[in-house]
Design a protein around this ligand. Structure first.
Ligand SMILES: C[S@@+](CC[C@H](N)C(=O)[O-])C[C@H]1O[C@@H](n2cnc3c(N)ncnc32)[C@H](O)[C@@H]1O
Length: 426
């Protein structure tokens, strides 16, 4: 008898930790039990978790009329996972049997084997149309009203629609976008990123080994472009890891210093630089303590709720909360103010966050301008930048419901500012 755990069981444990304990998927997958799975099994377990979280609202809508009362969370998660597998092409017999077996393996859930079997058999009768008609997964209570107030209820429904669609694969290329688009059968987006329709093993695509491109959502690639021509400029990239923006800056000819507090994430940045044969000075430090002289430009990609990336990371709504938001807003403000110590007079600052919340975007720039006379917002310009994206205070607001016909984009906020020079040192 094999002692290796099944991917479905590992996925169920992971799911319960994400939904029940607010652990991040990236954290869960680093547990030792995941190392006992083969790479293909790990990919299956990860896909099961991601899809269950993505379609959880739909699964609950279909499951609820078949349940007299809500079963314990682990059983509910087992039913959700199996239902979603059934509705996305899983073989009925195998999915139902395995779910019943998993229920039987745990003392607490074993008495509910019959329920799991009966409910899932009903799920095998649900047609594709009913599944497609079921409502999208709703954003959580701490986030939904806030986003509705900022962007309207209709916009939030469109965000939820966008979150239900698996995102395309976007790449940033070192050079020759058109040539790489032809080799990879990709489209060149208006902002210059490549978009591949087909998903698959990224590392087996042409150009991966030679480091000609890296994975980066089109929205995440825009902040660096606001800096214009960076050739020969000294640029401090604060909160740089794993290095998507560092690589863009280095590829564009800047002399980059990449700083991040996390040693392990910085190790990934170094690996990425090595693969792409790009160069940057790397510093592991707390941005609030760093004093490394003055630069021509600073890019601050501040830590945030990452609510703009929910379509890529459907675990985020379970992991982040209101308390987290409040402390992130304070940290972002401290980091913004500290950029004065790193900028030459007239130096440029790009502030950005992958958040859908005004609190971490528009409001931060408004706050900075009201708290200090040292900065002014400059009009943003970049290839493909739609004037409709420009917000009242002069930043750029990107949302997951933009570009719906070509596969959407991550939510992001960015603003370009000029440092006027500040108070001369006494
Ligand atoms: C949004 S991610 C950066 C993504 C990166 N700029 C890119 O394009 O690949 C935010 C980063 O902020 C870093 N971070 C969080 N707090 C920090 C601090 N106090 N000082 C420096 N870096 C910090 C995290 O380790 C994380 O890598």
């Amino acid at each position: 008898m094999s002692h290796t755990p099944s991917p479905r069981l590992v996925a169920l444990d992971g799911l319960s930790q994400i939904i029940g304990e607010g652990r991040m998927l990236s954290d869960v997958t680093s547990d030792t039990i995941w190392q006992a799975l083969s790479p293909a099994e790990r990919a299956t377990a990860q896909r099961l978790i991601t899809e269950t979280l993505r379609y959880l609202g739909r699964a609950d809508h279909i499951l609820t009329p078949n349940l007299q009362r809500q079963p314990p969370l682990r059983v509910m998660n087992l039913l959700r996972m199996a239902t979603i597998e059934l509705m996305t092409g899983g073989a009925a017999h195998g999915v139902v049997n395995e779910a019943v077996k998993i229920a039987g393996r745990n003392k607490k859930t074993a008495p509910m084997k019959g329920l799991v079997n009966a409910v899932l058999r009903k799920m095998t009768q649900i047609g594709d149309e009913d599944w497609a008609k079921a409502p999208d997964t709703k954003l959580p209570g701490w986030l939904r009203p806030r986003l509705a107030k900022a962007w309207s209820k209709a916009a939030v429904a469109r965000f939820e629609r966008a979150h239900a669609v698996p995102p395309p694969l976007d790449l940033s290329v070192k050079s020759d976008a058109a040539g790489w688009a032809a080799k990879l059968n990709a489209d060149v987006l208006p902002t210059g990123s490549l978009r591949l329709a087909a998903r698959g093993q990224v590392s087996s695509l042409p150009g991966y080994d030679t480091g000609d491109w890296w994975v980066q959502d089109a929205a995440a690639a825009l902040p660096v472009k606001l800096l214009g021509d960076v050739t020969g400029k000294r640029i401090l990239d604060i909160c740089a890891a794993p290095g998507g923006k560092t690589m863009q800056l280095a590829a564009a000819g800047a002399d980059v210093t990449a700083l991040d507090i996390s040693e392990s994430r910085m190790a990934r940045l170094s690996e990425n630089l090595e693969r792409t044969q790009l160069k940057a000075n790397t510093v592991v430090a707390d941005a609030l303590d760093y004093s490394g002289g003055r630069f021509d430009a600073v890019l601050l990609d501040a830590p945030c709720t990452a609510t703009g990336t929910i379509r890529r990371h459907p675990d985020l709504p379970y992991v982040k909360n209101q308390t987290g938001l409040d402390s992130l807003v304070s940290l972002q403000r401290e980091m913004l103010v500290r950029t004065k110590d790193h900028l030459e007079p007239n130096g440029l600052l790009v502030y950005c966050t992958c958040s859908l919340l005004r609190e971490e975007g528009e409001d931060q720039i408004k706050w900075l301008l009201s708290a200090s006379d040292d900065f002014e917002v400059l009009p943003p310009s970049a290839p493909g930048l739609d004037p409709d994206w420009i917000s009242a205070e002069g930043g750029v607001r990107l949302r997951p419901d933009y570009w719906p016909e070509t596969g959407g984009m991550d939510g992001f906020y960015m603003a370009l500012l000029r440092f006027k020079g500040g108070t001369p040192p006494s």
